[in-house]
Design a protein around this ligand. Structure first.
Ligand code: PMP
Ligand code: GLU
Length: 377
């Protein structure tokens, strides 16, 4: 075998995608697998958004567009930020990307130099570390206290002269925790003291239950060091559209833009028109989906608790993060092979001893899944 890239050799494949692929393969083989592994809303994209995209195709919006995003969408995002996130931004501080994942990748490329360290509070979503590695950076993991999943001052022990960035993700995938004002303030002080960039992934901001979302960039003095990541996948059930964005100081956007121009060029032109309709149109579908997720959340938490399983504070997103006895890889394998229920082992999120159950499935399927795993708990 000829030698290939050492950098890529050191990167793990995406565990969330690998397990979902395995579940799909078992389904194709005729097995009735309930897939609670991937984080994907099971709802259809709201009709007015689909219609706007179809109209755009009808109008011939099928050509290359502005690489950073069509002006209508960058303006809609800037307006949304002022409306929902308690800080101001101009369209020049926005870049539209092929999903939030692409925005994270471009942000890391724009900011990191080889050897720069990125502090990642765990449990953490699977793609932060690989994105940092692809950009030549190095992930420094920090396990949050599992009772609260909040940030405390032990995180300061992770800072070194090479630290360049810290990642925040609230509401969190996989824990569902929402960062408190005290946690955010602690990170803000740390960012100031050590001159760090903060990548604040807020993709689950609309899926929050009984708490309020606070954007990190809205904290005093933080806007200039924050790259806010967001997208349409979760709030608007638009996973397959591959549409996301970042909001950051103009010089960071300019660097991200160079990466974008030489890689994906732009987000798909007619898809961006769907994004305009999503942000400027009726927000009731978002609230209806949130309420349905809440109903499922309460159901799953009740079922898991009745099995004697402890769960992280599921305050946001659509995941129950569950403490299991024994090896989480073994537990996930048993549930998949014997109960035909696919979940993601905590190890994928740097949190062994836990499994993540996505409750983005119908109550009927969730009930069936809970009945199937009960004998193995
Ligand atoms: N951030 C988090 C925390 C996620 O869970 C996901 C899930 N896909 C993403 C980013 C990427 O979302 P997108 O589909 O917009 O790339
Ligand atoms: N974010 C989702 C998850 O955690 C989708 C898969 C992925 O992009 O990793 O399952």
């Amino acid at each position: 075998m000829r030698s290939l890239s050492g950098k890529v050799a050191g990167i793990a494949p995406s565990a969330t995608i690998a397990i979902s692929n395995l579940a799909k393969k078992m389904q194709r083989e005729g097995k009735d697998v309930i897939s609670l592994s991937i984080g994907e809303p099971d709802f259809d994209t709201p009709k007015h958004i689909r219609d706007a995209c179809i109209d755009a195709i009808g109008r011939g919006e099928t050509h290359y567009a502005q690489s950073d995003g069509i002006p209508e969408l960058r303006s809609a995002i800037a307006t949304k930020i002022s409306r929902d996130n308690r800080f101001e931004c101009t369209p020049e501080e926005v870049i539209v990307t092929c999903g939030a994942k692409d925005a994270i990748h471009e942000a890391m490329q724009a900011v990191l130099n080889p050897g720069d360290e990125v502090i990642i509070p765990d449990p953490s979503w699977v793609s932060y570390e690989p994105c940092a590695q692809i950009a030549g950076g190095k992930a420094v993991h920090h396990l949050l206290a599992p009772d609260s999943f909040q940030v405390d001052d032990t995180i300061l022990e992770r800072v070194s002269p090479n630290t360049r960035m810290i990642v925040l993700n609230s509401p969190s995938n996989p824990s569902g925790a929402v960062l408190s004002d005290a946690s955010l303030k602690l990170v803000a002080d740390m960012a100031d003291d050590f001159d760090l960039f903060v990548l604040s992934d807020e993709i689950y901001e609309k899926l929050i239950y009984g708490k309020n979302h606070r954007s990190f960039a809205s904290l005093e003095g933080m806007k200039d060091r924050t790259i806010t990541i967001n997208g349409f996948s979760k709030a608007y059930a638009m996973t397959g559209w591959r549409l996301g964005y970042a909001v950051a100081p103009p010089e960071i956007i300019r660097y991200m833009s160079k990466v974008q121009q030489h890689t994906v060029s732009q987000a798909t032109t007619f898809v961006m028109w769907g994004g305009v309709a999503a942000l400027n149109g009726d927000q009731n579908p978002v609230e209806r989906m949130r309420q349905e997720f809440d109903r499922r959340r309460l159901f799953v938490l009740k079922e898991l608790t009745s099995m004697g399983l402890a769960c992280a504070p599921a305050e946001g997103a659509f995941y129950a993060f569950v403490r299991v006895e024994g090896d989480d890889m073994d537990v996930s394998r048993t549930w998949l092979e014997k109960a035909h229920v696919a979940v993601t082992p905590g190890e994928a999120f740097m949190a062994p001893g836990w499994v993540r159950i996505s409750y983005a499935a119908s109550i009927e399927r969730l009930k069936e899944a809970m009945d199937r795993i009960r004998p193995f708990c």
